[in-house]
Design a protein around this ligand. Structure first.
Ligand code: BAL
Ligand code: ZN
Length: 872
């Protein structure tokens, strides 16, 4: 397979003004007829370019006609899944009839079956698996969709836009016609047909229009959509208030499907969701999952403007819509709950997973310059780092100018397919702030390392911060240039109070330094005492910060910084410092020993009742196995695990009584609510129980069993179960069994059981996982189940990283099986193997050998790209 390049972008030679589709749905074969109103693109300027339509190996062409003239085979060609017609008029109607078999579509791209329904997934290039088309985002067309099906089996038949007609055929089938007045690329097309239940609601927009809201699920799940519906209404209101964006159609629909590669999809007027991102009820859904449902509902809704009304010119610009929309959904969740908690969670995820991606073989710029398979670029870099770029623009412009910029962007480009440069240009034009250098963030891969050194001159009351930046080489980009990095800084005195210093003639306790060169010195004056710098507040840029903090300075920031984010960050740094020593000891076979200073910090944290319990829980959470692996020069998985466990037990024993007390203090007796306040208390309660479980206090085992048995909500029940499993509770096995028996008819809960079971520490971990894949609740067709088992196994440090390489071999076997069935899913599963170079040598060779074994197979583009790039 070969790569395509951003630099080769050309406007489409043809446009499609109108797209008329007819689907004759049937369990055996589905006939798709398309009528495309086409014309040559005046911007292309050529009068003789051939018409080349994208198709798929699973699309069977029955016939093609131009302006009613059926083309004989010698007047068109089928080459590499493309339909090529050499001679065309300047404008014409192209009619194509194709046959597809949705029931055999295991890739879950295009039209496929999930449970008893038909559904679609067309982003990025799924539409070509339905019919021949110009399947690229800069071809925007007005779609009219006719669905013909047996109403007894498919009473609900949906597509984008508004239903405009309903009739019967002579054979008694039902015909429903949908029309979407907004031009859109094919990737936003959707169709759903099934026997579905619906929840109806209404939203009145800011201009007073009523919008009908509908959520569809299989009937047994319709009692789990109330939370999503409320989240949708909150999102619609928020987008009006924060961005002035009003919904545009008269109806907005969401459908939940069980088999889905992604989390959800923003098809115009008809969002399709993975049921795991939509369904929620207290008994079956944890707090985390409630928050995820709210965030994903918001994200997909926000795409209606940032993605649908203004879309991407080409797939290299994916972050134009994804980075911006992630920033929007993160801001929404911050407004709905605690902004600091949300920021800590997002940054923690970024620093763990995106930083690892940016340092690995698949590192790529937020706007990639080439790809083999675009599905591989729905990455943390495009989404999360892309969001950080938009956040930095927000920081540089401030709230008001940022809003002016987004208003200009939407106004200027409504109905267009545009680029990341267009987005930045709108921000620059509206604000008057020069973003020329800033744009380098889009084209340069890798995480910058920002090193800070300081000097205090007491006689002159001056304080100097010298800041250097350097970005390591990434594949294809050996040398890097300086970036425009906003660094928010505050100064604390030794008592932990904010110092009112002067910077550039102004007094402030919080300034944003603009680093634009490889090295710069920033000067503060009127600094009355030697400060402790609070650097990179709220994580104002996605960089790795280096400053030689002493443990005392970190303890001060942890207890006193006015920036809540940096209180967490200081605690993490202190823990990382201690864990680094312990990991070294473990790696070299020494006995583990530490004088932990973190303990003192956590002791005062637990005693401070004024703090948000959610923040206390976050600060208590030790840096994860994955984050410590990201930081390590060479990863020794078992040493990391041993070090974490040792520090956890040390803290637990030192603060045993406090944890027991904190646990008791945060038990909620009122009915379950997924409110910020209650979620916060449950998270602290669970964190306290997790530490407490590491002590020899005999009361804790009873507390775990009691919480598991009597919980009235999934957060508490699953929380107790996880702690039991990971702390080797004597009843862990029977609790796992009881949990399965209780929830075996709730697939989303069973997925949690699969994941936890696969992650449990056991001598025969691999046999356990093989057993799970043979379990009646497992289904290889369902991506959620595959991700649960293999994701759980990935967290199983001893099982996955077994010295004999059996864990890696097992994962490689699954990738090989899924490579043909579902290339997107298979490719995602490769991620843990792509880290082979960083593993300690004994493991590294074994992992590499598995990648080589996969590469020897006949691979999909998806898997080939990831595996071949990883081996370079
Ligand atoms: N566009 C794919 C799913 C999402 O990011 O919303
Ligand atoms: Zn998105």
């Amino acid at each position: 397979p070969s790569a395509i390049y951003l630099k080769d972008y050309k406007v489409p030679p043809f446009l499609i003004d109108k797209t008329e589709l007819t689907f004759d749905l049937d369990e055996a074969t589905t006939v798709v007829t398309s009528r495309l109103h086409m014309r040559r693109n005046p911007l292309d300027g050529k009068s003789n370019a051939p018409l080349i339509l994208d198709g798929g190996e699973d699309v069977k062409l029955i016939g093609v006609a131009m302006d009613g003239y059926a083309l004989p085979p010698e007047e068109y060609q089928l080459v590499d899944d493309k339909l090529i017609i050499t001679a065309t008029a300047d404008s014409f109607i192209l009619t194509c009839e194709t046959l597809i078999e949705p029931q055999n579509n295991t890739r879950l791209e295009g039209l496929y079956r999930s449970s008893s329904m038909f559904c679609t997934q067309c982003e990025a290039e799924g539409f070509r698996h339905i019919t021949y088309y110009l399947d690229r985002p800069d071809v925007m067309s007005v779609f009219t969709t006719t669905i013909i099906a047996d109403e007894a089996r498919y009473p609900v038949m949906l597509s984008n836009g508004n239903e405009i007609e309903r009739a019967k055929t002579d054979e008694g089938k039902t015909v429903v016609v949908w029309h979407d007045p907004f031009p859109k690329p094919a990737y936003l097309f959707a169709l759903v047909a099934g026997d579905l239940a619906v929840k109806n609601d209404l939203f009145t927009t800011q201009s007073g229009r009523d919008v009908k809201l509908q959520i569809f699920t299989e009937s047994h799940n319709i009692d789990k959509v109330d939370y999503a519906m409320e989240a949708l209404k909150r999102s619609m209101r928020w987008d009006e208030e924060k961005y002035g964006r009003e919904y545009d159609l008269d109806i907005f629909m969401i459908v939940a499907v069980d088999d889905f590669n992604m989390g959800a999809m923003e098809n115009k007027g008809l969002n399709v969701f993975n049921s795991s991102c939509l369904l929620a009820s207290p008994k079956t859904t944890t707090d985390d999952a409630f928050l995820r449902v709210e965030a994903v509902v918001a994200h997909e809704y926000f795409h209606n403007w940032s993605g649908n009304r203004v879309t991407c010119r080409d797939w290299f610009q994916l972050s134009l819509k994804e980075g911006f929309t992630v920033f929007r959904d993160q801001s929404f969740s911050a407004d709905m709950h605690s902004a600091t908690v949300k920021r800590v969670e997002d940054v923690s995820f970024l620093k763990t997973a995106q930083f690892a991606e940016d340092a690995g073989p698949m590192a790529h710029p937020v706007r990639p310059s080439s790809f083999i398979e675009i599905s591989n670029f729905y990455t943390l870099t495009v989404y999360e780092k892309g969001s950080e770029i938009v956040r930095m623009i927000h920081t540089l412009l401030g709230e008001e100018l940022f809003r002016k910029g987004s208003d200009l962007y939407f106004e200027r480009h409504d109905g267009q397919a545009v680029t990341c440069d267009d987005f930045v240009a709108a921000m620059q034009d509206a604000s008057g702030i020069d973003l020329t250098l800033f744009k380098r963030w889009y084209s340069q891969a890798g995480t910058p390392i920002v090193t800070v050194e300081d000097t205090y001159l007491p006689e002159e009351q001056r304080y100097l911060l010298t800041i250097k930046q350097e970005t390591p080489a990434t594949p294809g980009q050996p040398t890097k240039l300086p970036l425009h990095i906003p660094i928010r800084v505050g100064l604390l005195n030794e008592q932990g109070q904010e110092i009112q210093a002067q910077y550039q003639g102004e007094h402030s306790t919080d300034v944003t330094l603009l680093l634009t060169e490889a090295e710069q010195t920033f000067e503060f004056t009127q600094v009355s005492s030697k400060p402790v710098p609070s650097l990179l507040r709220s994580f104002s840029a996605p960089v790795k910060l280096r400053y030689n903090y002493t443990a005392d300075q970190l303890l001060l920031l942890m207890s006193a910084d006015s920036d809540g984010f940096n209180r967490w960050s200081a605690a993490q740094q202190l823990a990382v410092n201690e864990l680094t020593q312990l990991i070294e000891q473990a790696s070299s076979g020494q006995p583990l020993a530490i004088e932990s200073q973190l303990v003192a910090g956590l002791r005062s944290l637990l005693a401070d009742e004024s703090l948000d319990p959610a923040m206390v829980a976050l600060i208590l959470a030790l840096p994860s196995q994955a984050y410590l692996s990201e930081l390590a020069e060479t990863i020794d998985p078992l040493a990391i695990r041993k070090a974490r466990q040792f520090l956890k037990v040390t803290i637990a024993n030192a603060l045993s009584e406090q944890f027991a007390q904190t646990y008791q203090n945060n038990i909620i007796t009122s009915d379950y609510q997924p409110s910020a306040q209650d979620i916060a208390r449950r998270s602290l309660k669970s964190m306290a129980l997790s530490y407490w479980s590491e002590t020899s206090d005999d009361k804790v085992k009873a507390a775990i069993a009691e919480q598991f048995a009597n919980a009235d909500n999934m957060t508490d029940q699953f929380g107790a179960l996880s702690i039991a499993v990971h702390s080797a509770h004597p009843d862990a096995a029977s609790m796992l069994n009881a949990f399965y028996e209780q929830w075996k008819n709730e697939p989303l809960v069973v997925n949690k059981w699969l994941m936890l079971s696969a992650s449990q520490d056991a001598d025969d971990a691999l046999a356990v996982v093989e057993g799970l894949m043979a379990h009646p609740s497992f289904d290889l067709k369902n991506p959620n189940k595959v991700r649960s088992v293999l994701g759980g196994f990935g967290q199983n440090v001893a099982g996955f990283h077994k010295e004999d390489g059996s864990g890696y071999r097992f994962l490689a076997d699954q990738i090989i099986v899924l490579n043909k069935r579902n290339p997107q899913l298979a490719s995602r599963l490769c991620t843990p193997l792509t880290r082979w170079k960083k593993l300690k040598p004994e493991l590294s060779v074994k992992m590499k050998a598995e990648l080589e074994r996969i590469l020897a197979e006949d691979l999909s583009k998806d898997v080939y790209e990831v595996v071949s790039k990883s081996l370079v």
